[in-house]
Design a protein around this ligand. Structure first.
Ligand SMILES: Cc1ncc(COP(=O)(O)O)c(C=O)c1O
Length: 373
């Protein structure tokens, strides 16, 4: 390092070791109409009541919002039968995932996550100065034995996305409880249930019961997926009071903006809209799975609002080839090489038009991908 460089502010080295999170692509240059199927957004959009509440908030732009997002916490509490004092809202659940790492990890501690777990986890762990530890998955599904096998005296946080992004797989509640039972009492288990509302399996639970009966479990949720409010950035967590108290000390004093609070309250009150979004997904997820599998593309069985598709390795048939081919036809999927899945693309369940269109385009790709690209 030269003398002049040493006089510059130096980020902590562990920060510079982080590969920045790259969100799904939004568009394709030169194409007017694009179906964005890369970020697991809701094809139905938000509740009309949420849009109205957002518009009405335009009259208040000069004012600071309620820093504790009380109305939103109370609305969430009513919806799920939870004490609003045990809820914290965030600027997206991303913010809460990061805050949990900052609050519970010291330099040298370990944060554990599973192989294809959401990429924010190792980022949050590293940013807190701790060491990310990854446990292998089995059939693209978190493996409780592998996770427990990686727990050491230094493990202070375990992140589990259930269902997981980008695989769409899930752990039954019995397995989540087995994971929790195997953790030391001073290790925090974060159950990230961003896609919980889509899951139609009677052995699944988002984690409310486990939070309510333990001192070391937090459940995070989001308004970005089934509520169709990704733009406004609203997440929340349900946690023991002691954990909420710690998080409240370090969050930004007005971390959730007023328009988000108003729209979130309206959205969570519109259960018919949530039901419609779940029904749309329940119709199209199996249809896409069946149609795409029939084309000879391997599809990981998903309980979320997206599917992981696996392509071949032959020149002209790879995931990168499919990505280019689909982009040229106005379909934007998510490349997941950063997750260690270079042969895969992730496809969000879209509108009827998008779903039918992407299947037709994939059929064309399978038929003559090399020439059509
Ligand atoms: C598993 C999982 N957790 C959390 C998030 C973050 O959601 P948000 O910050 O929009 O609430 C996402 C977003 O893609 C996700 O897939």
């Amino acid at each position: 390092m030269s003398a002049s460089e040493s006089l510059r502010p130096q980020p902590r080295p562990e920060i510079m070791a982080i590969e920045a999170y790259v969100p799904g692509k939004s568009g394709v240059s030169g194409l007017a109409k694009v179906h964005k199927l890369s970020s697991n957004e809701s094809p139905l959009g938000p509740s009309p009541r949420a849009i109205e509440a957002f518009r009405a908030s335009a009259d208040q732009l000069a004012l600071y919002p309620d820093g504790s997002a009380r109305l939103l916490r109370e609305a969430i509490g009513r919806r799920y039968g939870l004490d609003a004092e045990q809820i914290i809202c965030g600027n997206g659940s991303d913010e809460l995932i990061a805050l949990l790492a900052h609050v519970f990890l010291r330099p040298g501690d370990e944060g554990l996550y599973s192989q294809y777990g959401f990429l924010e986890y190792p980022i949050a762990i590293r940013a807190a100065g701790a060491i990310p530890v990854m446990a292998k998955e089995t059939r693209e599904t978190a493996d409780v034995d592998a996770l427990l096998g990686k727990v050491s005296a230094r493990t202070k946080i375990v992140y589990l996305a259930n269902p997981n992004n980008p695989t769409g797989t899930y752990l039954p509640f019995s397995e989540v409880k087995r994971l929790h039972a195997g953790l030391p009492g001073d290790t925090l288990l974060v159950l990230d249930a961003a896609y919980a509302e889509y899951v139609a399996r009677n052995d699944y639970a988002a984690g409310i019961e486990l939070v309510a009966t333990s001192d070391n479990v937090v459940m995070t949720r989001t308004f970005s997926k089934i509520h169709g409010l990704a733009y406004l950035r609203i997440g929340w967590a349900y946690a023991p009071a002691a954990i909420i108290a710690a998080l409240n000390r370090v969050r930004g004093p007005f971390n959730v903006n007023g328009a988000a609070i108003a729209a979130g309250v309206a959205a969570i009150g519109d259960s018919a809209h949530v039901d419609a979004a779940a029904a749309h997904n329940a119709r199209w997820l199996p249809w896409l799975t069946q149609q795409i599998s029939a084309l000879g593309i391997a599809v990981t069985p998903s309980v979320g609002n997206f599917l992981l598709l696996r392509f071949g390795q032959e020149n002209g048939r790879t995931a990168a080839d499919a990505d280019r081919f689909l982009n040229a036809r106005g379909f934007v999927l998510r490349a997941v090489g950063a997750y260690g899945l270079p042969d895969c693309l992730r496809l969000t369940v879209g509108t009827e038009e998008a779903n039918e269109g992407v299947v037709a385009a994939l059929a064309e790709f399978v038929k003559d991908g090399r020439r059509g690209g």
